[in-house]
Design a binder for this molecule. Structure first.
Ligand code: AMP
Length: 504
């Protein structure tokens, strides 16, 4: 069994001068170039004191170098820890104090402030990385790259990465992923989705999340294919570049944005062989509209940070709108009674549980939490609710964990509510998801106990620098009483109904 570092090395040996990344300006970075750059970075990491098993955390804009930090971290035997670029300094402090990385890499413009934060919490090293090979991480980089750099020796069961998920109680959990978790999923997806070295993936996803990072990069490495690497979702560039691509991975927002643009036609998509969607539910309407416009049936798949990819619609055979397809080869999925974990008869709705080489090994420094989320027989409790239809397709029907997914990003209401409840004049708040064509779901807050001086704008402004933008409520509504059940619990279902048409 390989590690990400050996998968990368074999890809470089095989693909050599073939392009690994191409950029919007036409620049091409070959597999061999990527190897050289990661040698320089890995040597730099070692010189900065990073040792086997240490964490390297990064909070930097997407760029080829930011991706190379992932691969160089593997070569030096470190655990890669990417952080959502939308996180504020307050949020970063929690992650850094929890993960205690040996090296923290931030944006150049944040370096002074975040280096001070690192010294305050006792972290040894803070460097910066810009998008053009700049930043203090790159100081003297090429000169520091020895010809004879030797990769650390790591095995399949060693950790390759920690990705933080949002926590239902406001505390994020670090999902620990081993090399075997990542490599097995990358190889499976390459085969299931028929990726070959002829493929060119249009990559406009962020690389701090499992989708753009692992699903995309590891599958591409396994296939020795190429990625057109765009800084972010950018419809005009994607329309321009689609003729050079064969595949795209996107969150549902990508597909609604493409459809919103009349220039997106069957001709523009003619060179593509596969469009993949995931991270949030793709509406069946969007699926159908996309098929009508382009002739392509979007292939929807399902996964999560903790488990990598779990199910996928088939490459050949019907890609059913509103379904996430079949369990991937080697992955076991069952629909179970959420209370007992007992498997339910086919067709019934229950908790989705999963077991396989793709499933993470636990939450960083949270053994109790880890234990709670696994059954005794090793199945992981995803927190999603679903059913399997008579043809074996999995359908997700809801989330038992009350998660909001806005534009592909997870928002846990509890975290936003806690901040709102601290504001003077707010007695209690309820944060809910309401349907939004562009984001899938939009975050909306309903607050009780209005102080007459409190306005929607003032509330949004008061929490703006405490929360990443995607978590901030898009609207705030005031009510005299929040609806509650006999146990005093706020009835969110009722609120969702009441405010469902907010963005209609
Ligand atoms: P994350 O860990 O950020 O990838 O979020 C994982 C969650 O996203 C899952 O537990 C699901 O609730 C949701 N999710 C991922 N893919 C899909 C999909 N295709 N359809 C519906 N929900 C999805």
């Amino acid at each position: 069994m390989q590690t990400i570092a050996t998968l990368f090395r074999e890809a470089v040996n095989d693909a050599g001068d073939a392009p690994f990344l191409t950029l919007a300006d036409g620049t091409s970075i070959s597999y061999a170039d990527a190897w050289a750059r990661t040698t320089a970075l890995a040597a730099r990491f070692r010189a900065l004191g990073v040792k086997d098993g240490d964490r390297i955390a990064i909070h930097a804009e997407k760029s080829p170098d930011a991706l190379f930090v992932y691969l160089a971290a593997q070569r030096v035997g470190a655990v890669f820890l990417p952080l959502n670029t939308a996180y504020t300094a307050d949020e970063l402090e929690y992650f850094l104090a929890d993960a205690t990385p040996a090296l923290f890499i931030c944006r150049p413009q944040d370096e002074t402030a975040l280096a001070a934060l690192c010294s305050r919490i006792g972290l040894p090293c803070c460097k910066s990385l810009g998008t053009a090979g700049d930043g203090t991480l790159c100081d003297g980089l090429n000169a520091a790259a020895p010809e004879d750099f030797t990769d650390a020796s790591r095995g399949p069961d060693d950790l390759a990465a920690i990705l933080y998920t949002s926590g239902t109680t406001g505390r994020s959990k670090g999902a620990m992923l081993t090399n075997a978790n990542l490599v097995s999923n990358g190889l499976t997806l390459r085969d299931y989705w028929r990726f070959t070295r002829e493929d060119v993936l249009l990559h406009a996803l962020p690389i701090f999340h499992t989708h753009g990072l692992f699903v995309a990069t590891n599958t591409i490495l396994a296939a020795r294919a190429t990625m057109i690497f765009l800084p972010k979702l950018d419809v005009p560039s994607m329309l321009d570049l689609m003729a050079q691509a064969t595949t795209m991975m996107g969150v549902p927002t990508f597909y609604t944005r493409l459809l919103d643009d009349p220039r997106f036609t069957r001709d523009v998509a003619a060179h593509m062989r596969l469009f993949i969607s995931g991270s949030a539910p793709l509406s069946a309407d969007v699926h159908r509209e996309f098929s009508e416009r382009t002739g392509h049936a979007i292939l929807e798949r399902y996964g999560m940070t903790e488990t990598n990819m779990i199910t996928s619609n088939p490459y050949d055979g019907a890609r059913v709108p509103g379904s996430v397809g079949f369990p991937l080869p080697g992955v076991s999925v069952r629909i179970a009674d959420p209370e007992t974990g007992a498997e339910l008869p086919q067709g019934e709705i229950g908790g989705i549980e999963v077991k396989g080489p793709n499933v993470f090994v636990g939450y960083w420094q949270m053994p109790e939490k880890t234990k709670q989320e696994f059954r005794a027989d090793g199945f992981f409790i995803t927190g999603d609710l679903g059913r399997v239809d008579e043809n074996g397709y999995v359908h997700i029907v809801g989330r038992s964990k009350d998660l909001i997914i806005s534009g592909g990003f997870n928002v846990y209401p509890a975290e936003v509510e806690a901040l709102l409840d601290e504001l003077p004049g707010i007695a209690e708040s309820a944060v809910i998801a309401v349907p939004h064509r562009d984001f899938g779901e939009a975050v909306v807050a309903v607050v009780q106990g209005r102080d007459s001086s409190l306005t929607e704008e003032a509330i949004i402004a008061a929490i703006a620098d405490k929360l990443a933008r995607f978590k901030q409520p898009k609207r705030v509504f005031f009510v005299s009483e929040l609806p509650r059940n006999a146990m005093g619990k706020i009835q969110k279902a009722q609120l969702r109904e009441q405010f469902a048409a907010t963005f209609a």
